[in-house]
Design a protein around this ligand. Structure first.
Ligand SMILES: [Zn+2]
Length: 355
């Protein structure tokens, strides 16, 4: 298969924090936030990176020009400084806000910096946030292996990561699995009822923008052809795989049916978590799940997510092989299923699940 690059989304986005100064509309921003600061040492937990992800979002958001006013409005108010949960002078990174009005500025610092600042809790400190921003062009990469009919199963993984990290787990592992799976089944899919679209999305780390734009620009009739999204995000660094099902009716049954015949299974987490691109499929009523690892395993290598310690040595080949095998079984089962593998969500259900 030739993995053609298809430009689907023209995203005008800001450069990562700390990127070199650019030309054009680039500008420097020096945000002066004078606030009472609470230092929060995030407890280690599975998906602790998600907490940092949330924390740093405000930091980035605050550095967005549109939030200068917000930051000023908050001056004298209550801001939050998040410390990385993991010692080792690892700054926390991540994003959550989309830079829109109302995002609350906050900042991420290392565990050690947090510990040093903790005694200052409740006191007035001055925080300087400085960065350079410029418009950038980002692309999603998509390719399709056609099946017998028009319907498609979407196998997705995000290709972006934060600039301070290797992003080996999050999400080179998911990307490697997606490419391995489609390479393995490319000659099988044409004989099945449904085809596979591989969606390698960009700007996931910033409010899931790449997949959001991709789906928003898609004609409703095209969206209707997509029957299931299997999203691969952070699939190595711990033993075992968990499916985030968002409580979609019929999803657990589909997982069991698809995997049991091969003697395999995954853990199930039902609460909706809008922490990766599957969330955008759900918002359009397309049944979607995320496969991940490290769920409820706080001491696994997942604790290094969104830090500079997310490095290749944390990724073990047998973990990748397990994840790819499970993903391949799900994709093949979804393509071969006589009826839709999981019932489509009506608008009210989609809204309720993703609220
Ligand atoms: Zn991710």
């Amino acid at each position: 298969m030739k993995l053609d690059t298809v430009l689907t989304s023209n995203l005008s986005t800001a450069a990562p924090f700390g990127a070199p100064h650019g030309k054009g509309r680039a500008f420097r921003l020096r945000a002066h936030l004078i606030a009472r600061v609470i230092v929060v040492l995030l407890p280690p937990r599975a998906f602790s990176g998600a907490a940092a992800w949330i924390a740093y979002g405000g930091f980035r958001a605050a550095a967005d020009a549109r939030l200068v006013d917000t930051a000023r409005a908050l001056a004298g108010g209550l801001d939050t400084l998040f410390a990385c949960h993991e010692p080792g002078v690892l700054p926390a990174t991540g994003s959550a806000g989309n830079g829109g009005p109302g995002n609350i500025p906050c900042a991420g610092v290392s565990y050690e910096a947090g510990a040093a600042l903790a005694p200052q809790t409740g006191r007035r400190i001055r925080l300087f946030v400085e960065g350079a921003f410029e418009d950038r062009h980002a692309e999603n990469l998509l390719t399709t292996v056609a099946g017998q009919g028009e319907e498609l199963l979407v196998l997705s993984a995000h290709i972006d990561g934060h600039d301070l990290a290797y992003s080996a787990i999050d999400n080179a592992s998911g990307l490697a699995c997606a490419l391995t799976v489609i390479e393995a089944i490319r000659d099988i899919v044409p004989g099945l009822k449904r085809g596979v679209q591989v969606g390698l999305f960009n700007i996931e780390e910033w409010a899931l923008l790449g997949s959001a734009v991709h789906l928003a620009q898609m004609a409703p009739a095209e969206r209707a052809k997509r029957v299931l999204n299997v999203n691969l995000d952070s699939l190595a660094g711990a033993e075992g795989i968990t499916a985030l099902t968002s409580g979609v009716p019929g999803m657990v049954e589909f997982l069991h049916t698809a995997l049991a015949a091969a003697g395999m299974s995954v853990g199930i987490s039902a609460p909706f978590m809008g922490n990766s691109d599957h969330a955008n499929y759900l918002r359009h009523g397309i049944p979607a799940l995320r496969l991940c690892t490290g769920f409820d395993r706080p001491q696994s290598n997942m604790r290094f997510l969104l830090t500079p310690a997310d490095t290749p040595d944390k990724v073990h080949p047998h973990q990748l092989k397990l994840a790819a095998s499970i993903a391949a079984l799900l994709v093949l089962a979804g393509c071969a299923s006589p009826a839709a593998p999981v019932p489509r969500l009506d608008e009210a259900s989609a809204q309720r699940i993703t609220a």
